[in-house]
Design a protein around this ligand. Structure first.
Ligand code: PNS
Length: 159
């Protein structure tokens, strides 16, 4: 049984994330999407909202489950018998930090990291840019599922 984890903040879920999760689900027997709940960045959505959005977005992938996690991703991997962490790489600029994290995680527990190149049509999509564009009234409907788009508009309207 090969089990992978796709960790992230998913604030909110984008088609870029879903591209990576979907492709990981074809490579591994099981994939757990691990939604970080104690990461320090300012969040637009609470942890439970991010978890339920990812659950809904991954509902059509039978071997994918979604869980929240706090603390180190390596602890989550050890607790869940995870073979590999899967991360998407959008551009060379992602690589330096992702390499550093992969090497740190490997040196902590030996867990491997597998990098997947983001599909070219999703290479520029990030949660941060989606929030920025939507915050200024731009149309981000091409980059997130419909229900995420609705939640994004509602949250930005309430602010
Ligand atoms: O979507 P993000 O914000 O890029 O996700 C970052 C995340 C949650 C994957 C990363 O911050 C993480 O792994 N946090 C857990 C804490 C941890 O293990 N830190 C050491 C990494 S070497």
């Amino acid at each position: 049984m090969r089990r992978a984890v796709c960790p992230g903040s998913f604030d909110p879920a984008t088609f870029g994330h879903l591209d990576i999760v979907r492709r990981a689900s074809g490579l591994f027997d099981e994939v757990i999407v691990a939604v970080g709940t104690n990461v320090s960045k300012n969040r637009l959505f609470e942890a439970d909202e991010r978890i339920s959005m990812m659950r809904r977005a991954c509902a059509d992938l039978p071997n994918v489950s979604v869980e929240g996690f706090t603390g180190l991703v390596t602890t989550f991997c050890a607790d869940h018998d995870v073979t590999a962490i899967v991360k998407g790489l959008r551009a060379a600029s992602d690589f330096d930090y992702e390499l550093q994290m992969a090497q740190m995680n490997s040196s902590l527990t030996g867990v491997e990291t597998v990098f997947l190149p983001t599909s070219p049509e999703r290479g520029f999509v990030s949660s941060s840019l989606v929030k920025e564009v939507a915050g200024f009234g731009g149309d981000v409907s091409a980059f997130v599922p419909d229900f995420v788009h609705d939640a994004l508009k509602a949250r930005l309207r309430d602010r």
